[in-house]
Write a protein that binds this ligand. Sequence first.
Ligand code: GAR
Length: 219
Amino acid sequence: MKKRLTVLISGRGSNLESLIRHAESYQVTSIVTNSLDAPGIAFGSEFNIPVEIRDRKDFSSLTDCKDAIFKAVQKTAPDFVALAGFMQILQPKFVEHYFGRLLNIHPSLLPLYPGLDTHQRALEDQQKEHGCTVHFVDSGMDTGPIIAQSSVEVLNDETVASLQQKVLTKEHLIYPWAMNLVASGDIQINERNVTYSKKALESAKEMNFKIKLGEQNGN
Ligand code: GAR
């Protein structure tokens, strides 16, 4: 049986679209957003997926909005939850509840450049390499156990826009790749240690994704 995936978005939703289009061992069964204005909401009607909107403006406090988001996600009964450009810091109780089943995509080669403006900061630092990271979410800001990374070369005439586009193309590949393997059990997490089946390791190599190996891999 395919695993149920709830995707949280705040904006454009291009990673949401990629997760929907490349789903194999999971199915995107719900979309949750904290913004009525998120263009990505349109993918709900396009793919016939229910959207739960908990707009910040409808709540008197940020905490109330976050409580409502947590409740909405629980109501969708997900096996896994994916953050896809969800620009709100999650409550600790949310992260604890879904730890090991909650993934994020971030546009940098973590631990470099957590937070915002990652492309700008990489250019300012004259990095030769930049990229994106899929990771399990913990209570820190972009600090959770890393699943895989995909890198791009930063060219001499690179702009924020061109770099953003190049990295986004990689995001659209690596996020569904990781989600499919996590949902099939080929990528697992024990405590904070991410482990990979032989199939996952071979596939990462083929896709040119970087993973950091601990013990107990390739079984
Ligand atoms: C993506 O680049 C994603 O990596 C980033 O926001 C963008 C959302 O685009 N996420 C973060 O910066 C989270 N820290 P999308 O709405 O088109 O998927």
